[in-house]
Design a protein around this ligand. Structure first.
Ligand code: APR
Length: 252
């Protein structure tokens, strides 16, 4: 994008946001890239020689739960060392502006939106911080505390699993319903740092346009065009840690 193109795109995006009653945001791995969290599709799809699908799936868990916990403990340790970036903080400032008319839906499990200070966050793929008991079902926030390779529920001694949506699993009904409502009701949907190839998350983008008198304006923020671009009314193509503060500044 040339400077003039970006300037015009920022103006259009800021205009739609200023007049929006409700705002919804969908983020993906790209929003955390500048914090040092690797994105999914840029990596080789392997962890220590294992396919990610083999350590992040119900089959993988049935085969080798210890290996699954080793994988998640490594990811937990990694995110404990990273910090939110300017993109996360710009979204906190936007939430301050719209308050409970602003919903942030994230596919990320790194917890960086919450750490930055965002409040209305729907973590539709779960969270690396949380565990779920296979016996009593309780979900607990364990932060970045070390959990070991076979953690037990502090309440009932049942086996714990990561509270993450694995490949082949459905999204939690309550969180997904809230995300669909937010996408359907918004006037502007910001789609940030996602390749928009994983469903149902990516279907929030067409949902924001469908079955309403005035379809939402979709603003895409990414390094490059993606599957979401066909729905985008404007694209801000550059790092989200730079684009989002610029957009915030234009809001005045
Ligand atoms: N700023 C903005 N966008 C960026 C940046 C950046 N600094 N760096 C990378 N990106 C973009 C890439 O261009 C890409 O489009 O972020 C996107 C990352 O895409 P993916 O790696 O596919 O991540 P995501 O879309 O979040 O994946 C969705 O797939 O494996 C599953 O459950 C996992 O939640 C994940 C889901």
């Amino acid at each position: 994008m040339t400077d003039a193109e970006l300037d015009a795109a920022l103006d259009r995006a800021a205009h739609w946001l200023r007049t929006a009653e409700r705002v919804c945001v969908l983020t993906g791995a790209g929003v955390s890239a500048e914090s040092g969290v690797p994105t999914f599709r840029a990596s080789d799809g392997l962890w220590e020689g294992h396919r990610i699908e083999d350590v992040a799936s119900p089959d993988g868990w049935d085969r080798n739960p210890l290996l699954v916990w080793q994988f998640y403990n490594a990811r937990r340790a990694n995110v404990a060392t990273v910090k939110p970036n300017a993109g996360h903080f710009a979204l906190v400032a936007m939430e301050d502006r719209w308050s409970d008319r602003f919903t942030l839906v994230t596919q990320n499990v790194d917890g960086l939106h919450l750490e930055a200070g965002s409040r209305r966050v729907l973590e539709i793929h779960g969270s690396l911080r949380q565990t779920r008991c296979l016996t009593c079902g309780s979900v607990t926030n364990r932060g970045s505390e070390p959990l070991g390779d076979a953690p037990e529920c502090p309440q009932c001694r049942g086996r714990l699993r990561p509270h993450i949506v694995w490949f082949g699993e459905g999204l939690p009904d309550d969180v997904w319903s809230a995300a669909m409502v937010a996408a359907h009701e918004c006037d502007v949907l910001l789609v940030i740092g996602t390749s928009a190839v994983v469903h149902p998350a990516a279907s929030l983008i067409p949902i924001s346009k469908r079955h309403k008198a005035v379809p939402a304006k979709v603003i895409e923020v990414n390094l490059t065009p993606t599957e979401a671009s066909a729905y985008a009314d404007v694209g801000l193509y550059g790092p989200s840690g730079e684009m989002l503060p610029k957009l915030l500044q234009r809001l005045g």
